[in-house]
Design a protein around this ligand. Sequence first.
Ligand SMILES: NC(=O)c1ccc[n+]([C@@H]2O[C@H](COP(=O)([O-])OP(=O)(O)OC[C@H]3O[C@@H](n4cnc5c(N)ncnc54)[C@H](OP(=O)(O)O)[C@@H]3O)[C@@H](O)[C@H]2O)c1
Length: 305
Amino acid sequence: MSMRTFRTAVVRSPGGPDSIEIIAVPVADPGPGEVRVAIAAAPVNPVDLAVADGLFHATNLIDQPEHTGLGWGFAGTVAAGGTGVDLAVGARVAGLVDGFDRDFGTYAEQLVVPAADLAVVPDGLDLVSASTVPLNGLVAAQIIDLLGDPPAHGNRVLVTGAAGAVGGYVASLAHDHGWEVTGLARAEDEEFVRGIGAGFTTHAEPGWDAVADAAVLHEQGLALVRDGGVFVGVQPGAEPAAERGITVVAVVVHPDGPRLSDLLTRTASGRLPARVHAVVPLDQVAEAHRAVAKGGVRGRYILKP
Ligand SMILES: NC(=O)c1ccc[n+]([C@@H]2O[C@H](COP(=O)([O-])OP(=O)(O)OC[C@H]3O[C@@H](n4cnc5c(N)ncnc54)[C@H](OP(=O)(O)O)[C@@H]3O)[C@@H](O)[C@H]2O)c1
């Protein structure tokens, strides 16, 4: 009997884009409550560049003896369901796998995940667009949880990196929670930032009630928060030290099927942006990583296995 395998991109000895290898690994069957998804699209995100560079191996967050999987978000179709799963084979779904220390990822032909982490992709939203939502949509929603409700005496939030994936979602969603949003972005991003309903600046002065730091400005971002305000960072463990009575927190994204479902509905109706820069075959993963590393790319590179 021949072993069934599928192709997946991993790093064995991390060292940048050229260290990414495509290997064949055995197919796994879904257990109770799990689903095997045939992946149609998986976006390249900044975290994947950091994993391939070995950043998290160096800090011992990754300790995989054989190889480390790449990719967090995905969209595809249900290939098989375990017991207790009510998703039909062929259903269009999107989802997120989190955590750094894993030997599998979404840069793959298939993936076994808990059904609870999946959301059905609404009709009218293509799988490539849907794949851009799970990581950065969920982290933005979770950043807004950390921002909390705006205090009575001040609701001005500055979103740094508002033209990026995380910042764009935070700037879109924070408004619904009572925040008055201004996006800090490059001059050429003004149209996009204003288009999602936020104010725009290329240079912020201090005094904001809250800063959501999607551009990872760290201390420079913290300096923009008023005394007693809130700072939400995106790199846990690397957030700046608290000062001046400021609440400093950092987000750690986690899967959430029901919430992803809401984000996908908003994307399908055009209330949230879905930005795709290019769709490339999985074999071109190294080129895609190199292009993203240069910076300035708006919208995601999407890998198609
Ligand atoms: N903690 C978590 O769970 C979690 C989850 C998801 C993402 N993240 C992190 O969140 C960060 C953002 O991710 P992303 O996908 O949104 O990245 P992205 O799409 O590359 O967006 C970052 C944006 O910030 C802009 N930027 C950088 N420095 C700036 C400055 N000084 N002024 C104005 N704009 C500036 C960039 O512009 P240029 O391209 O022109 O430089 C880009 O538009 C990454 O570090 C990612 O790893 C964390």
